[in-house]
Design a protein around this ligand. Structure first.
Ligand SMILES: Nc1ncnc2c1ncn2[C@@H]1O[C@H](COP(=O)(O)OP(=O)(O)OP(=O)(O)O)[C@@H](O)[C@H]1O
Ligand SMILES: [Mg+2]
Length: 229
C-alpha cells in the first residue's frame, strides 16, 4: 500500500495540491487524469520521492518495492537492452553485481567467497535464476526481437527504447507500479498487450494517461487531479 497524508505542493503562488489524503491499496489500478499542466506527473514524482512536497508525507508498506517508468530515454544508453530490464529490480541487480565482482576478483579471500555464497542465496530467493528468461519474455511480449536483447540501448530506435523502459518498470513483479503516460510511442498491439498485463496485475498500479479507453480497460478507479485543488 502507498499512503499520502496531508500533501501540499505549490510552485510559487500556484498550488498544485493541498490537503491531499489518499490510500492506494493492493489489487487496484488507479488512473490519474487531469488537464495538461494540472500536476499529474508531479504527483507521481512526489510518490516516487523524486520531488519533495512542501508539506505532508508519502509512506509505503515496509518491504514493498516500487517501480517507476523512467522518462529519460538516454539514461541507459551504454547498457544492453536485457540488462536495462534487469536493472528495474535494483536490489536484485546490485546483489548480482556484488557477487560477480567477487567471482571476477583473482585476489578474493575466503571471506569474500563466504560473502558471495550469501549473495548467491539472496539472489536465488529474489528469483534471480529466472530473471533473464523473465526479462526476455517481457521484451518479447512488447515486440522486441531476441536479436535486440544484447544490443546497446543507444543503438536501438526510439520507439523500441520506450518499450524497453516499460519492460524495466514491469519486471520483477513490483508491489507498487507508477506509470506516467505508458502508451506514448506504443503501437496498438503493444497497447493491447499492456492493457491485458495491467488488467491482470495484482499489486498497486498508478497510471497517468490521456487515453480514456486505456484507463477504462485497466483501472478500477480513476481520479481527477484537478479536483484535488
Ligand atoms: N520545477 C518546477 N517549477 C515550477 N513549476 C513547475 C515545475 N515543474 C512543473 N511545474 C509546473 O507545475 C504544473 C504541473 O506540471 P506537471 O508536469 O505535473 O503536469 P501534468 O499534469 O503532468 O501535465 P501534462 O498532461 O502536460 O503531462 C505545470 O504548470 C508546470 O508548468
Ligand atoms: Mg505529465
Amino acid at each position: 500500500m502507498i499512503s499520502v497524508r496531508d500533501l501540499k505542493l505549490a510552485y510559487g503562488k500556484r498550488v498544485l495540491f493541498d490537503e491531499v489524503n489518499l490510500n492506494f491499496t493492493k489489487g487496484n489500478c488507479y488512473g490519474v487524469i487531469g488537464a495538461n499542466g494540472a500536476g499529474k506527473s508531479t504527483f507521481l514524482k512526489i510518490l516516487s520521492g523524486e520531488i519533495e512536497p512542501n508539506k505532508g508525507n508519502v509512506s509505503i508498506t515496509p518491504g514493498e518495492r516500487m517501480a517507476v517508468l523512467k522518462q529519460n530515454q538516454f539514461e541507459f544508453d551504454n547498457e544492453t537492452v536485457l540488462n536495462t530490464v534487469l536493472m528495474g529490480h535494483k536490489k536484485m541487480w546490485d546483489v548480482m553485481q556484488k557477487r560477480d565482482a567477487i567471482y571476477a576478483n583473482p585476489d578474493a579471500s575466503e571471506e569474500d567467497y563466504m560473502e558471495a555464497s550469501h549473495l548467491e542465496a539472496e539472489y536465488g530467493e529474489m528469483g534471480g535464476y529466472e530473471s533473464e528468461s523473465d526479462a526476455a519474455s517481457f521484451l518479447s511480449g512488447l515486440g522486441i526481437r531476441d536479436e535486440m536483447h544484447q544490443m546497446l540501448m543507444k543503438d536501438i530506435p526510439s520507439n523500441m527504447k520506450v518499450r524497453v523502459l516499460l519492460a524495466q518498470a514491469l519486471f520483477g513483479n513490483p508491489d507498487i507500479l507508477l506509470l506516467d503516460e505508458p502508451t506514448n510511442g506504443l503501437d496498438i498491439e503493444t497497447i493491447s498487450w499492456l492493457e491485458n498485463f495491467l488488467a491482470e496485475y495484482e499489486n498497486v498500479v498508478l497510471v497517468v494517461s490521456h487515453d480514456r479507453h486505456f484507463l477504462d480497460a485497466v483501472c478500477t478507479h480513476v481520479a481527477d487531479v484537478d479536483s484535488q485543488r
